[in-house]
Design a protein around this ligand. Structure first.
Ligand code: SF4
Ligand code: SF4
Length: 371
């Protein structure tokens, strides 16, 4: 390419790229996506490996190519491997049908960015900014009854696996390192000012949480709501004499109840907002022929010849009620509470299933309620 100025004509071999943009262009490439800019697009994926993002003139002053790429990668994480090669990740952008999936994407974006103190810096700038993002609670994953939270949790699990790993986490860490470098100049704590007089977006940074002692993802929320390992659903007492405090999420490693809660922290579990072990997490509830439930509720027992089991209704136990998903006027979804129709007569298998046990965590992970 040749460029001419009044005084000189020379060959141009490189283009200056904003360092933050370069970090995220690299991340997209590592995930298998080529980014192109076009003035007639805002953001779209063609399902064949090309991500088209609007030109700089189409972005708001507080937006960036980096945020746009990060947001699209969050969409891909929420939609999963099967939708990587589907246009726009399989989302319907014309109607509100997939508003709850956008919510899931934004919950994931807030969580991932929050790991590095970048939640305010990497805020989206679409209509969802005022309608949804700005109203997100400090913990975007707190309401496990909202299916969009379960989408975000599924995205969090995927980010640790290819093709997203290690690209997305690397890019976030490099962004945080760049932010630290920018924050150090011109003087620590001084406000930066953009050329048009607006305060710089680089001032929208928070201190990243220190690494968690267990190696689990750290959470910035311990500073907000004082969550600690001692109040977490996954802490239990185990080991010789059952006196050691341990964590199910950290492969039963010892924890100190005073440690700040990690990203997997959950408050006391509520089976009526969960129902995981009675749903798709497990395929069968086997019953002994001597179990009193066989006499008490023969209408729920099926004889398979070599064993008995409780009847199924689709992918759940036939005795389980509730769990209907209700969509509100704003596109947000909630789930009605679960209840067991034969709770007082439930078989031994169910009575022995312990809330907060390893099987409970497995069940919640399988249905997307826990990370
Ligand atoms: S899952 Fe809970 S107990 Fe385990 S490290 Fe995280 S906050 Fe602590
Ligand atoms: S025991 Fe665990 S998995 Fe089963 S409903 Fe209760 S919280 Fe959910």
């Amino acid at each position: 390419m040749w460029y001419a100025t009044p005084s000189v004509t020379r060959a141009i071999h490189h283009r200056y790229v904003d360092p933050l943009a370069q970090i995220w262009l690299d991340a997209a490439a590592r995930v298998g996506l080529r980014v192109v800019r076009a003035d007639d697009a805002y953001a779209s994926s063609d399902g064949a490996g090309t991500l088209t993002i609007g030109g700089d003139a189409s972005l708001d002053p507080d937006d960036s190519l980096a945020q746009m790429i990060f947001h699209e990668l969050c969409h891909s994480l929420v939609q999963g491997e099967d939708n990587l090669r589907v246009p726009d990740w399989g989302l319907d952008n014309e109607t509100d049908r997939d508003a709850w999936r956008e919510h899931g994407c934004l919950r994931l974006q807030a969580t991932l960015a929050g790991r590095h103190g970048l939640r305010r810096f990497f805020a989206p700038t679409t209509d969802y900014r005022g309608d949804f993002w700005d109203h997100l609670p400090a913990d975007p994953l707190a309401d496990r009854g909202d299916p969009s939270v379960q989408l975000a949790i599924a995205g969090l699990r995927r980010v640790a696996h290819p093709p997203w790993a290690p690209a997305v986490e690397d890019a976030l860490a490099r962004t945080a390192a760049l932010a630290a470098a920018v924050a150090a100049a011109p003087a620590p704590g001084a406000a930066h000012v953009a050329v048009d007089g607006l305060p710089s977006l680089w001032d929208q940074l928070d201190p990243p949480p220190p690494p968690h002692p267990t190696g689990l993802p750290a959470s910035p929320l311990a500073a907000v709501d004082d969550r600690r390992c001692g109040g977490c659903a996954w802490r239990f007492e185990g080991g010789p004499g059952r006196r050691a405090e341990r964590c199910r999420q950290a492969d039963n490693a010892r924890v100190d109840p005073a440690w700040p809660g990690c990203e997997r922290w959950e408050p006391a579990l509520d089976c009526q907002t969960c129902g995981a072990c009675c749903r798709a997490a497990y395929h069968s509830v086997e019953v002994s022929r001597r179990d009193p439930a066989v006499r008490a509720r023969p209408d729920y027992v099926v004889d398979r010849g070599t064993y008995l089991e409780i009847r199924r209704a689709g992918d759940r136990c036939a005795a389980l009620g509730g769990g209907e998903v209700v969509t509100g006027a704003d596109g947000a979804r909630t789930t009605t509470r679960y209840a067991c129709a034969i709770y007082d007569d439930r078989p031994r298998t169910c009575r022995d299933f312990t809330l907060g046990s390893a099987h409970c965590l497995t069940a919640r992970r399988r249905v997307g309620l826990s990370g």
